[in-house]
Structures are given as C-alpha cells and as structure tokens.
Design a protein around this ligand. Structure first.
Ligand SMILES: NC(=O)c1ccc[n+]([C@@H]2O[C@H](COP(=O)([O-])OP(=O)(O)OC[C@H]3O[C@@H](n4cnc5c(N)ncnc54)[C@H](O)[C@@H]3O)[C@@H](O)[C@H]2O)c1
Length: 429
C-alpha cells in the first residue's frame, strides 16, 4: 500500500508548490504594477521646470536611476525659472516718457548722486532722456539714484572729475562739488581742485563734443554781501583767504572759466547762482541750517543757533531749484541767473518754525558766531522771472514737512536692509 500511495502524494505536493509559486509570481507582478517606474501610462512631463525638478527629487528619493546630465539640465532649468521669477517680481522703475531719437538728449550730470543732482536725475529720466551720472561719492550716495540702476536710459559712472572724461553728450549739468561748509572745509585743496581742474575738464569735454554746459554756482560768490537783496550785477564781498574761500573763490573762478570758454572757444554756457536749498535726500549731519535744526528737533536735542540768530537766509525747496536749472539750461540766456526763494527769515525764526512743525521740547541755544558767516542772504530773482519765466512755487511749510518726514524715516532705520527711498512724486514733477 505504501508503494501505491507514494506517487499520488508526490503529485499532490507538486501541485501545491506550483500553486504557491504561481501565487508569488502574481503577487510580484502586482507590486511591479504599483511601482512608479513600471507605469507606462504615467502623464507626460509637466512644462513647469520647478515641477519637473520636484519630480526628479521625488524620483531620486525613491532610488530611481536618473542620469547625471539629466539632473544637471533640470536643475539649471529650475534655477533659471527662479531667477525669472525674482526679476519679474522685483525691479520696476518709475514711469518714463518715451522720446524719439530726435527729441531724446544724452545728458551728463556731474555730482548726480548728491542731493540736488539726484532730483535732477529723476526729472530728466521721467522726461525720457538718457542720463549719465558721474560721481566720486565724496558726499553723494548710490542710494539716491538706486531706483534707476539697470534702466536702459541710465548710467552711473564712479569717476572723479579732477581727471578728464571722454564721453559723448549733448548737455552737461555740472554740479560736482561739496556744498556744505563742513564738507568743503574738510579738504580745502580738494574743493579747489574740484571747482577749478574739474570745471576745466568739463568745459574741455563740452568743447570737444559741442555740448552746452550749465554750472551750478552759488550765492556764496556774493560773500557777506553789502547789497540787499543780491542781484546778478553785484560783484560780491568775499574774503579770499578765509575758511570759506576754497568754495567761494573756487566757484568764482569756475564762473570765470565758463565765460572764458564761451568767449574763446564758443562753448555754450549757463550759470546758475543757487541760494540755500533743502529737501529730502539732504545729508544728515552735514552742518546745513535746515538739516541741523530738523535733526536736533526730531531727537529732542537743543537747537543750536550760531551768533544771535538775527542773520537771515531764504530757503527754496529742491523741486523749485530743479525747475529753474532745467529752464535755464534750455533757455537762450547765458548770463548768470539767481535761483532761490526770496522769502527771507532770520535763523532764529527758522528754528522756531521747525520746532513748531516737529513738536517736542527742544530748547534753542546760542553759540559763538561762525567766522565769515554772511549776515544777510536774499536773492533778487527778477532776472529769472524775466528770462526764464521762473519763480519758486512750493510753500516753505509744505517743503519742510516733506523733509521732516524723510529725516524721520532716516532716523528709524536700524539696519542696512531697511531702505528709506525717496521716490520721485507728483508734487516734484
Ligand atoms: N544745496 C544747496 O543749498 C546749494 C546752494 C548753492 C550751490 N549749490 C551747488 O549745487 C551743487 C550740488 O549741491 P548739493 O547740495 O547737491 O551737494 P552734494 O554734496 O549733495 O552733491 C555734490 C555731489 O558732487 C560729488 N562730487 C564732489 N566732488 C566730486 C568730484 N571731484 N568728482 C565727482 N563728483 C564729485 C559728491 O559726491 C556729491 O554727489 C554743488 O555744486 C553746490 O555747490 C548747492
């Protein structure tokens, strides 16, 4: 019996084994179907490179073999997409008018990263001109023109005008020079070089390329005036060896050079005698009356008046000055023109006005008068009104409030990344 039942059991066992093997094979086949690399009916690759890159990362995590060149190519695509997103999301420029080639001018502004220069840059850029700024950043800041960097109509050159410059331009606004007493007295020889050698270099450039040059001169050419208000025919009362002489005499000789180039070389020149100007982007701590008073009041410090405070000044808002500079540049008038606000106040009155606008409990204190400080300063703007149709428009209080707001924002900054842009606004355009 045992020998008859043996083959039957063997056959039964083999059937069982075949069944188990078939089951295991079916099971493995099932697993194979759910694994991602086995699915031939997966959707095609998405077009978005970031989604592609994410898929590759997932696949890699599952240990799927992906070739090195594929991975690299996909990663490059992902980085490119990210850069495109950043570019699209970040840099935008104020709206700029389109000028045809015929009307668009190539304009150089020396000292264009400074206080006045940067406002002039804004205006000329918005009008659709091509603007090149040349600055050595002695008192200017890249931040003042940062909002134009990268624009196709804008160029910023780090250059000291004491050295010659060779570029092609149609107009030159020559503003490069330290302007506040502590800045121009810091290195009097450099101040002299900038106003003499620098001006010769710019006049030489104007002569070579037949450009028109406007010199930013100053009311300081009148010194401590004996005539009041000051008109352009007044020759001035300047101490040629005093602490301010590097600036006052530097500007006087710069004017002389302009008219020598006009007479001898037929260079078209314009000379603006600028009176005290204020506004956003003025330097903090540069020792000018308006910035000193605002800063002191904002920080609840004593407001310092030098002397008795009875000396007078008249302050214009920066957008009025920019109007005047452009009107002069584009006029047919080549004699010097005063640009300033004839509204005259004593220094002590200014201190009180600023205190009332800022608030707080600062005290006004008097300190020893400064050497050669002019006692009276008020422009006669009859010439500007007659030949340029120009007069200042921005009321003192409006300009002061804008400047106070700018200084407040400056003081609030505690990190470099906290920017205090002063973007051009409609009031100033
Ligand atoms: N702001 C005023 O109240 C006032 C009054 C009268 C005249 N101005 C004249 O207007 C012009 C601009 O004055 P601001 O108030 O804007 O002064 P600012 O100091 O803000 O600007 C002067 C600019 O010239 C640059 N600069 C100086 N030396 C240079 C050099 N050698 N090469 C290249 N760049 C140089 C500075 O870095 C700065 O950007 C000056 O010529 C100044 O004399 C200004």
């Amino acid at each position: 019996m045992p020998c008859r039942s043996f083959p039957v059991r063997m056959i039964q066992k083999r059937f069982k084994m075949v069944g188990v093997i078939a089951f295991v094979v079916l099971l493995l086949f099932g697993f194979y179907q759910v694994l991602p690399f086995a699915d031939s009916s997966r959707p095609p690759r998405p077009a978005d490179p970031i989604a592609q890159a994410n898929q590759i990362t997932q696949a890699n995590n599952l240990g799927t073999p992906v070739s090195a060149s594929d991975t690299l190519e996909e990663e490059i695509k992902m980085i490119e997409a990210k850069i495109r997103n950043i570019e699209q999301g970040k840099k935008s420029y104020p709206e700029v008018k389109f000028l045809t080639y015929k009307d668009r001018k190539r304009i150089l502004i020396t000292g264009g990263a400074g206080f006045v220069g940067s406002h002039l840059v804004d205006r000329l850029m918005m009008q659709g001109h091509e603007v090149t700024v040349v600055d050595n950043f002695f008192t200017g800041r890249k931040r003042n023109v940062e909002h134009w960097i990268g624009h196709e109509n804008f160029e910023l050159l780090h250059h000291d005008i004491v050295n010659p410059l060779y570029i092609e331009v149609d107009q030159i606004y020559h503003l490069a020079s330290p302007a506040s007493p502590p800045n121009y007295m810091y290195n009097p020889i450099k101040t002299l070089k900038t106003n003499t050698l620098g001006t010769i270099n710019m006049l030489g450039l104007a002569k070579r390329v037949r450009a028109r040059l406007l010199l930013a001169s100053t009311s300081e050419v009148y010194g401590d005036p004996e005539l009041h208000p000051q008109n352009e025919d007044y020759w001035g009362h300047v101490n040629p060896i005093g602490p301010r002489a590097c600036y006052d005499e530097g500007k006087r000789v710069a004017e002389t050079m302009c008219y020598a180039y006009e007479k001898q070389e037929n260079v078209e020149v314009r000379v603006a005698r600028i009176f005290n100007t204020f506004g956003p982007r003025m330097h903090m701590n540069d020792g000018r009356v308006v910035s000193n008073f605002i800063l002191q009041a904002l920080q609840n410090e004593s407001i310092t008046v030098y002397g008795e405070g009875e000396q007078t000044r008249s302050f214009q808002y920066v957008s009025d000055l920019v109007d005047g500079l452009m009107a002069l540049m584009n006029s047919n008038y080549s004699q010097p023109v005063n640009l300033g606000n004839p509204e005259e106040h004593t220094i002590i009155e200014f201190a009180r006005i600023i205190l009332s606008l800022v608030g707080g409990d600062s005290k006004i204190i008097k300190k020893t008068a400064m050497e050669d400080d002019p006692q009276r300063r008020k422009p006669d703007i009859g010439r500007a009104m007659k030949y340029l149709g120009w007069h200042p428009k921005v009321p003192l209080m409006v300009g002061l409030n804008k400047t106070i707001e700018y200084f407040q924002n400056e003081l609030r900054r505690s990190r470099h990344s906290e920017r205090n842009f002063h973007m051009p606004d409609m009031l100033e355009l």
